[in-house]
Design a protein around this ligand. Structure first.
Ligand code: DGL
Length: 277
């Protein structure tokens, strides 16, 4: 009889810091589990990279988290979810890790958006890579037929956050620019999705430039709730996730820089370890 595997932490992967906004949402919903966060800061941002590169980098990160005992990994990065998740689920897991699971952030976001929009017109704000992949559009067509989605790339938003300029007065120019562009393309939009993990850091400015009555959807809460549902629907996976209420952080860049910047996302002290992928 096969022995039950040792429970492991839930892996949370992002290209860098942004996934911490997702981790925050997950921790609010499911504080009792153990988590291992990995940020590939040395190679971030992923947003402008090709499919092949995003797949290779994401696969390396997922395999590292598996080696460290995770049975379940969340791709807390829209770009990795858009460009690597499907290939990992279809080609890597069945061959090499049949009992492990990797989940992304796009599907739960689209499911939630389908329930929120009243006009049936939704705007997506995301990195150029996520927009080019049309992953949101494909999920919307599958899960919410009849909903119209307008995809808007916001290439300056991640750099604004990464350079610590998110709250500066100059940031307003680029925040307004992309919101105006998407609303001009479809003035009937009543729901705007922040389809990139960094964007909640710009939320106070985004709110200022969004027309009244338009709802803004951040992913942290949605992914937290969806993971909770997933674990209750999959007790066999739940049993493989350890429950000690701990969080550890790994980064591929300098640990001190990670710790300093991570506090901006998490609002609490962080102590990470540097690793090489
Ligand atoms: N985490 C990425 C995402 O959600 C944004 C940062 C990057 O481009 O790597 O798309």
């Amino acid at each position: 009889m096969a022995s039950t595997p040792k429970p492991g932490r839930i892996g949370v992967f992002d290209s860098g810091y942004g996934g911490l906004t997702i981790l925050k949402g997950i921790l609010d919903e499911l504080p009792q589990y153990d988590y291992l966060y990995l940020g590939d800061n040395a190679r971030a941002p992923y947003g402008g990279r090709s499919f092949d590169i995003v797949f290779d980098f994401t696969r390396q990160a997922v395999e590292e988290l598996f080696r460290r005992g995770c049975h379940l990994v969340i791709l807390a990065c829209n770009t990795a979810s858009a460009k690597a998740l499907r290939s990992i689920q279809q080609h890597v897991l069945p061959v090499s890790y049949p009992d492990r699971r990797v989940l992304g952030v796009i599907r739960p976001t689209v499911e939630a958006v389908g329930e929120i929009t009243k006009s049936g017109h939704v705007g997506l704000l995301a990195t150029p890579g996520t927009v080019r992949s049309h992953s949101y559009r494909m999920e919307v067509e599958k899960l919410c037929p009849g909903v119209e989605i307008t995809e808007q790339a916001c290439p300056m938003w991640v750099p604004l956050v990464e350079t610590g300029e998110a709250l500066s007065p100059g940031a307003d120019y680029f925040v307004q620019k992309y919101i105006d562009e998407v609303m001009t393309q479809d003035p009937d939009i009543d729901t705007l999705v922040l389809g990139c993990t960094h964007y909640p850091i710009l939320l106070s400015k985004i709110k200022r430039h969004v027309p009244e009555g338009v709802q803004i959807i951040s992913q942290g809460d949605i992914v937290g709730k969806s993971l909770k549902e997933y674990l209750s629907r999959h007790p066999e996976m739940d049993a493989k996730c350890s429950k000690g209420g701990t969080v550890e952080f790994l980064t591929t860049e300098n640990a001190e820089s990670f710790d300093g910047f991570a506090q901006l996302f998490l609002d609490c002290p962080v102590s990470s370890q540097r690793i090489t992928l």
